[in-house]
Design a protein around this ligand. Structure first.
Ligand code: AMP
Length: 558
């Protein structure tokens, strides 16, 4: 059985926790209470729009409560963990709110995740349930969830429940639609759930980190810290009851979920419109139809929108601003986004681990285009250090370390990773190279961590390398990101083979797919070298490899 939450979650030191409470950051109320407050203020206002489905605040809150109680009847309880792998949909919002009300923390998985990721994370957190769509884009997620549940059943106390949105077809699945059907007893149910509400200092949910090695790391975000993060960014972005937020990035990401995103908009009493993909035509149609005021995108998506906005035949004038973040954006492209979409650009820089920086909405253009933004809390601490960990002089470039009221002090149940990713004083090593301007704006200059950023999706090279090394033909492997004009980076695999062996890109991709990893992690380029350059420590020298591949000078290529 997996250890209970409180043994594996790294909490803030007592004195810092007391300070954040006294300063008014942490208010000691669970997130579900804030969502209900919006419902009390405007029960008949529209909360969520998903295609033809519109939910009022009352319908959302009551359906979430009903689901929470039905889940409790099936054995789920406060303090449990569940995996949520759902597309952007009204069901995602109801499930998330139900989990927050019940205190069973959802782990926000991504739709491309497959057996490899789901199994190891389900095991790591001791998942009690898996929420999946019946199928999605031709892939049978229900069958996947059952395979995962079977595999982890022996190692956990109980086989996780498989809860399905849409029409389930497998035996043993529970249809979500059956759980949230029915009326009556709403006030009593609400009172029961309130009386048994989760502790605000416990995890509200878990976000996935890109990590750098092995499996994605889990970031536990408490009700207190996440609510503070949401409150600050919502205030800065001036999101309120008249705001209409369009969610196109995968809802389980921190950016569209809470910055201000889905949760920020709902807590502010605004309207959330969900689309399952960032394809320009449906995005423009939704902006026009719903009067969308704000949306968020990665640079790659913003570029596509820019290319197709002109002559799209849609009225985009309701859009106040578009938030762009997640990967590098050049000032030249940044300058073109606003004019192309007829709105302001708001750059964002941040991470699921906590720290969020954003550009004030009224910043002058030259600042708004060239910097990523300022930290959202006066209690965020930022330190820029050189390779030896010494602070760099003001204006210098170095690795960003950070601490603060919504930046947890460690990953969940990962002491080894924590020793590498956090300093003894609790600073999180972001792995990002930044410069801080005299005005306190963060400018991202690059990266020191070994992480591939493929259009905002993070790929940990170590995770792919471990699997590639299992292939019989492979003697040595290195996975690295190569610059790509559309996505920023793409995954490249460099190998040295055992004598007489062959390997093709299709072969590697097929083998990794069988292992069950998400498709966005599959190598898109394969280079076979007679030998790999090495660092003095004997590891593949990825900088040398990148130079070699990008200049096209293979030297020792086989
Ligand atoms: P995630 O936790 O998936 O949001 O990833 C966080 C990481 O994305 C950061 O540590 C950065 O490496 C990268 N990132 C986020 N925003 C930006 C940005 N505006 N510019 C460059 N990199 C970014």
């Amino acid at each position: 059985m997996s250890a209970p939450t409180h043994h594996r979650m790294v909490r803030w030191p007592d004195d810092r926790a007391a300070f954040y409470r006294e300063a008014g950051c942490w208010r000691g109320r669970p997130l579900g209470a804030y969502l209900w407050e919006s419902a009390d203020r405007g029960p008949d206002r529209t909360a969520v729009v998903d295609g033809g489905t519109r939910l009022t605040y009352r319908a959302l809150a009551e359906r979430a409560d009903l689901l929470a109680e039905r889940l409790a009847e099936r054995g789920l309880a406060r303090g449990d963990r569940v995996l949520v792998q759902l597309p952007n949909s009204w069901e995602f919002v109801v499930v998330t709110m139900a989990c927050l009300r019940l205190g069973a923390a959802p782990v926000m998985m991504l739709l491309p995740h497959r057996e490899y990721e789901l199994t190891s994370i389900a095991e790591h957190v001791g998942a009690r349930a898996l929420f999946v769509p019946a199928d999605w884009r031709g892939y049978d997620h229900e069958a996947l969830a059952h395979r995962v549940a079977d595999r982890v059943a022996d190692r956990l106390d109980a086989r996780p429940l498989v809860l399905v949105s849409g029409e389930p077809s497998a035996r043993g699945s529970v249809a979500l639609a059956d759980l949230w059907e029915g009326r009556g007893g709403e006030a009593e149910r609400r009172a029961r759930l309130d009386a048994n509400a989760p502790s605000p200092s416990d995890p509200a949910l878990f976000l996935l980190s890109g990590g750098t090695t092995g499996m994605p790391k889990l970031i536990s975000r408490t009700h207190d810290d996440y609510e503070y993060n949401i409150r600050r960014i919502t205030e800065i972005c001036r999101v309120g009851p008249d705001s209409v937020y369009l969610a196109v990035l995968p809802a389980g990401h921190n950016f569209p979920l809470a910055n201000p995103g889905i949760l920020g908009t709902l807590i502010a009493g605004g309207r959330v419109v969900l689309l399952p993909s960032p394809r320009p035509a449906p995005v423009f149609a939704a902006i026009e139809a719903e009067g969308v005021t704000v949306t968020s995108a990665t640079p790659a998506i913003a570029l596509r929108w820019m290319e197709e906005a002109e002559g799209c035949g849609r009225d985009l004038s309701s859009l106040h601003f578009v938030q762009v973040g997640g990967s590098m954006l050049s000032p030249e492209v940044a300058a073109r986004i606003g004019p192309a979409l007829g709105c302001r650009l708001q750059q964002m820089y941040g991470m699921a681990e906590g720290l969020i920086c954003c550009m004030p909405v009224d910043a002058p253009d030259e600042v708004a285009h060239s910097a990523q933004g300022a930290p959202i809390s006066p209690y965020d601490e930022l330190l820029v250090v050189d390779r030896d960990g010494a602070p760099v002089p003001p204006g210098g470039v170095g690795e960003l370390l950070t601490r603060g009221p919504y930046t947890p002090r460690g990953y969940f149940g990962a002491p080894e990773q924590n020793a590498a990713s956090f300093t003894r004083d609790g600073w999180y090593r972001t792995g990002d190279l930044v410069e801080i301007t005299p005005e306190g704006m963060v400018v991202v200059r690059g990266r020191v961590k070994d992480l591939i950023n493929r259009g905002g999706e993070k790929v940990a090279p170590g995770e792919v390398e471990v699997l590639v090394q299992e292939l019989p033909a492979v003697a040595e492997a290195a996975v690295l990101g190569l610059a790509d004009p559309a996505l920023g980076e793409r995954v490249c695999l460099v190998v040295r083979l055992h004598p007489g062996r062959r390997l093709t890109l299709d072969g590697v991709r097929a083998a990794l797919t069988v292992r069950g990893i998400a498709a966005f992690k599959l190598p898109e380029r394969l280079e076979v070298l007679a030998d790999l350059p090495h660092t003095p420590l004997g590891k593949p020298d990825k900088n040398a490899l990148r130079d070699l591949l990008q200049t096209g000078d293979r030297g020792t290529a086989a």
